[in-house]
Design a protein around this ligand. Structure first.
Ligand SMILES: [Zn+2]
Length: 63
């Protein structure tokens, strides 16, 4: 849902993505409200990778 949320570059108001990518308030261009690098999916993926890496290290360093 958040990927449809856009922020106006001009007035800073939040609005839903529309076909013209234009702000409904002032007509300015819309930008992504939330940059992809801050997405929750990436955040949890990072923790998951760290968890598996730790588990992997523990398993193979014991041998
Ligand atoms: Zn605007």
């Amino acid at each position: 849902m958040t990927k449809y949320l856009k922020k106006c570059k001009n007035c800073g108001k939040y609005s839903l993505k529309n076909a013209q990518s234009k702000c409904p308030y002032c007509g300015g261009s819309q930008i992504n409200a939330i940059p992809p690098k801050f997405s929750l999916i990436d955040k949890y993926q990072k923790y998951r990778i760290e968890y598996f890496k730790k588990e992997f290290d523990e398993k193979f360093n014991k041998i």
